[in-house]
Design a protein around this ligand. Structure first.
Ligand code: ADP
Length: 267
């Protein structure tokens, strides 16, 4: 099984990745596609006259603050626009694709985390009302059922957040979604992005890292979205994924070339 996270943040055309997914599926491989879409969320917020809000935690991680209205837009855009378009493209390529958010069937679940520690003008504060969650559990039975019947799941945030006995849709990082699914299915995970892989502090592409332990030492050189992928790979490998790759979504045959040695390989 292969988990493919298609790059979403910037304008990377997913066409090449989807063709490769179709080829792998035609060859009899089980593939789970995952995606985010924070740029599409920000564009829609803009179009609605709303301002995306990003907050910084005391350890320097920048992430979206998802208030109630932003959560509604998030639900409209990720399982709505972005997921539906990807499912339609895959179906055009002959793949029996099924779109699911993490809420569907309780596929991705964990506690809602509504209070977040933030740095505001250098001061530590607590912001409440965040629609975010900590992804704890993947329903592999549901994925196995779909894969065994020949379907290709296309999975995106939100996840099912446990909130005082209720289930509420909450934001969770899409790289973390790919990692959790890969770990749970013991699948190789390919993160496609807008760069050829992870660069070291000299700007040289890291081609191969043999062990998860060695991988932990590269963490310091990646920031922003790449920092999240570096952490996601750590999580995927410690959860049971045999290997992980970060590769260029714009390359020729991006998924197949990543599986054949392109990009940054870990384990
Ligand atoms: P995606 O939308 O594909 O998930 P992100 O924007 O989250 O992509 O992450 C990819 C970005 O991370 C790259 O465009 C690059 O600018 C940035 N980046 C930061 N540090 C590194 C690094 N050490 N190696 C490669 N890219 C890095």
């Amino acid at each position: 099984t292969v988990v493919v996270k298609v790059g979403g943040a910037r304008a990377v055309d997913p066409a090449g990745a989807l063709e490769d997914v179709a080829e792998l599926v035609a060859d009899g491989r089980d593939v789970v596609v995952t995606h985010g879409g924070s740029t599409a969320v920000d564009d829609t917020l803009d179009a609605l006259g709303m301002t995306p809000e990003y907050v910084e935690t005391p350890d320097g991680v920048v992430g979206r603050f998802t208030d109630t209205e932003t959560m509604e837009v998030f639900e409209m855009v990720l399982p709505g626009l972005v997921n539906t378009e990807l499912v339609a493209s895959l179906r055009s390529a002959g793949v029996d694709a099924v779109g699911l958010s993490g809420v569907d069937g309780g596929l991705l679940s964990g506690p809602r985390t509504s209070a977040v520690r933030v740095l505001d003008d250098g001061k530590r504060k607590i912001r409440r009302g965040d629609h975010a969650g900590r992804l704890e559990s993947v329903d592999t039975d549901l994925l196995d059922l779909l894969l065994a019947d020949g379907y290709t799941p296309v999975v995106c945030p939100p996840m099912a957040g446990a909130d005082d006995g209720d289930v509420t849709p909450v934001n969770t990082d899409a790289d973390g979604v790919a990692a959790a699914i890969a770990g749970a299915l013991s699948a190789t995970v390919v993160f496609l992005t807008d760069v050829p892989g992870v660069f070291d502090s000299e700007g040289t592409l890291i081609e191969r890292v043999e062990t998860p332990a060695e991988w932990r030492t590269v963490e310091t050189v990646a920031d922003g979205g790449m920092g999240r992928k570096v952490m996601a790979i750590e999580d995927a490998l410690s959860d049971g994924a045999p290997s992980a790759v970060i590769a260029d979504a714009g390359a020729d045959q991006p998924v197949c070339s990543a599986l054949d040695g392109g990009g940054t390989h870990v384990a």
